[in-house]
Design a protein around this ligand. Structure first.
Ligand code: UD1
Length: 433
């Protein structure tokens, strides 16, 4: 094996070895929201001036998005948790397949590219571990704004016909409140001619964060965070300096780390409204949670079964379904968990069963009968949040749990093992033999 091959194997095959059964205590810091930062980065395609983002998490997905924007001609400069993005020399409207394929969020460059360049050529992102993930709503909305869109050979080709190649405001009704479609269409509409109304829009905090940045850049956006977003197009946008919101999914995962180890932790910064459904379910399960204006303190002892169904915001987030299932696998009683958003997002069930969890499946519903103790085992994180679920289960299990699929974890959690070790966990990163 060549040295390069050895290196790539070392890098590509990390595992986490977790010695379970330890209590945690202390304070944990939440990084900036991955899903927000990814979309905020794409706004640099809308302006010639610099967009300066603060609180950007150090994640491989962020690096991937930076590569995508660079490939289109943007300048991307990272200084610690600050990212400076300048789109004064956007030279291409064609996104490379490898980059869209490895980071599906990069598909939403199509909106700002069309708005700025009057054309975009972006490969279809395809499905991923958790489901097929269509982009029908994105395309339908772009057509409603006047783009001509064809899909050939796996590539979406979009052009704005007519003089000036400027999109036209229009009325869009999304058949489902897709987060990515809402964000794509907001970025397309901010430079369009006239007013755009997006009905049945996603209400997720990341959509509100995007509106916050667009408004800071001079856009006219109303209603983000409600089902109807109204945008009046402007001629140009300027640069801005903007801080990304804290990652609500990371915060939720850390709350669950406290709950599954029956520990007390303080987690900051947290915007509690972003985690309403999650806090309610944790309280229903028996945790005591308080907010002090900056962060949350959680105290966990006995955990009782609760039922949950994933839903668009403000419902329970699909991204915390797998981590919450790990907790409920250790609860007193039987919980019923229904996954309504992604059709293939229950792969962690089989892995939890390997650790002794008592789970029965029926369609998209899992009946989770809590057991007194999980037992450590080698397990696979099959996607980002499933990998987080395995880490949580490992924290609570007897003996050693070895979690593979850590490349997924590194896409969405900054320094997870370092953070957990700082409050008493025993997690070691090893390379698979
Ligand atoms: C975003 C998040 C992801 C989260 C998801 C749901 C990012 C980068 N990712 O993904 O972490 O799990 O929201 O909260 O922000 N759908 C359609 N047709 C479409 C588009 C979507 O049927 O054209 C369906 C999807 O199949 C899925 C549901 O809508 O069932 C939600 O998907 P969507 O909100 O688009 O998720 P993403 O934006 O891809």
């Amino acid at each position: 094996m060549t040295l390069a091959a050895v290196r790539s194997r070392v890098v590509l095959n990390p595992q986490l070895e977790i010695a379970g059964g330890r209590q945690l205590s202390g304070e944990l810091t939440v990084s900036g929201a991955k899903n927000s930062a990814l979309v905020l980065m794409a706004t640099c395609l809308l302006s010639r001036d610099t967009v300066r983002l603060r609180n950007v998490p150090p994640l491989t997905d962020i690096t991937g998005m930076g590569e995508m924007l660079s490939s289109l001609g943007a300048q991307v400069v990272r200084k610690g948790d600050v990212l400076e993005l300048t789109g004064d020399r956007i030279s291409s409207a064609a996104a490379p397949y490898e980059l869209v394929n490895s980071l599906r969020a990069s598909f939403f460059c199509i909106g700002p590219l069309l708005a700025r360049m009057g054309m975009a050529r972006v490969p279809l992102p395809g499905g991923c571990q958790i489901g097929t993930r269509p982009v029908v709503e994105h395309v339908k909305g772009l057509k409603a704004l006047g783009a001509q869109v064809t899909i050939e050979h796996g590539v979406v080709n979009a052009v704005v016909p007519g003089r000036g190649h400027r999109l036209k405001g229009g009325r869009i009704h999304l058949d489902c409140p897709s987060v990515g479609a809402t964000e794509t269409l907001m970025m397309a509409a901010v430079l369009a001619d006239g007013e755009t109304v997006i009905d049945n829009a996603a209400q997720e905090p990341e959509v509100v964060d995007l509106a916050g940045l667009l408004i800071a850049m001079g856009a006219r956006v109303r209603g983000a965070g409600t089902p109807t977003i109204t945008i009046v197009g402007v001629e140009r946008l300027h640069g801005a300096d903007y801080a990304v919101i804290p990652d609500r999914i990371e915060a939720g995962t850390l709350l669950l780390a406290a709950a599954i180890t029956r520990s007390n932790l303080r987690i900051t910064p947290v915007i509690p409204e972003h985690l309403g459904a999650v806090i309610t379910k944790l309280e229903e399960a028996g945790c005591v949670i308080s907010h002090d204006g900056i962060g949350l303190t959680i105290e966990a002892r006995q955990i009782n079964a609760v039922d949950l169904r994933t839903q668009p915001f403000p419902g329970f987030p699909t991204d915390l379904q797998a981590p919450f299932m790990s907790l409920l696998a250790t609860a007193r009683g039987t919980s019923v968990i229904t996954e309504n958003i992604f059709e293939n997002r229950l792969q962690h069930v089989a892995e939890l069963q390997r650790m002794g969890a008592a789970i029965r499946m029926q369609g998209n519903t899992a009946f989770v009968e809590g057991v007194p103790r999980l037992s450590g085992a080698p397990v696979q994180g099959t996607d980002l949040r499933a990998a987080a679920a395995m880490v949580l289960a490992g924290l609570a299990a007897d003996g050693i749990t070895t979690v593979s699929g850590i490349e997924y974890l590194d896409r969405g959690y900054a320094f997870l093992e370092e953070k957990l070790n700082a409050v008493g966990a025993l997690i070691r990163r090893v390379n698979a033999a």
